[in-house]
Design a protein around this ligand. Structure first.
Ligand SMILES: [Zn+2]
Length: 138
């Protein structure tokens, strides 16, 4: 499943090509020391994450879309069930956006990379990775 692969890679902090290596050094985005630190390449299949200089500027558009989705969710929930005072609603939207900045940062980068790289089962096993290393070294 193409979409399921991309969602798994994004949510589980996995390399989009092999689903074995991790994209970020720490699984916890709220870890202040290295929660937002991204690895340069996959430990397992050696995919370089930043494909060109400035590659992750495009992730800003994904982040914008994620927050727009959150914004829409809040307003739909308010219109259908919550019926909050407008200032309370604006405060809740702003607070939830601030709290979710680290998650959005990571998901936006992962989704952006997932637009360009697809999951390849053959990279999950060690055989293709070893063959790939031979090609690079030899
Ligand atoms: Zn990988």
């Amino acid at each position: 499943m193409l979409i399921a692969d991309k969602i798994y890679s994004t949510v589980a902090n996995k390399c989009p090509r092999c689903h074995s290596g991790k994209m970020f050094e720490n699984n916890n985005p709220y870890n202040f020391s290295n929660g937002l630190k991204m690895k340069e390449s996959c430990d397992h299949c050696h995919l370089t994450y930043e494909r060109e200089p400035g590659f992750f500027f495009g992730a800003m558009y994904v982040s914008y879309a994620l927050f727009a989705g959150l914004f829409i969710l809040w307003f739909v929930a308010d219109a259908l069930w919550l019926h909050l005072d407008s200032m309370v609603l604006v405060s809740l939207v702003a607070a939830s956006m601030l709290i979710l900045v680290p998650v959005s940062f990571r998901w936006a980068r992962s989704l952006w990379l997932n637009f360009f790289v697809s999951f390849d089962k053959s990279y999950k096993s060690d055989s293709k990775v070893k063959n790939n290393n031979k090609i690079i070294s030899g």
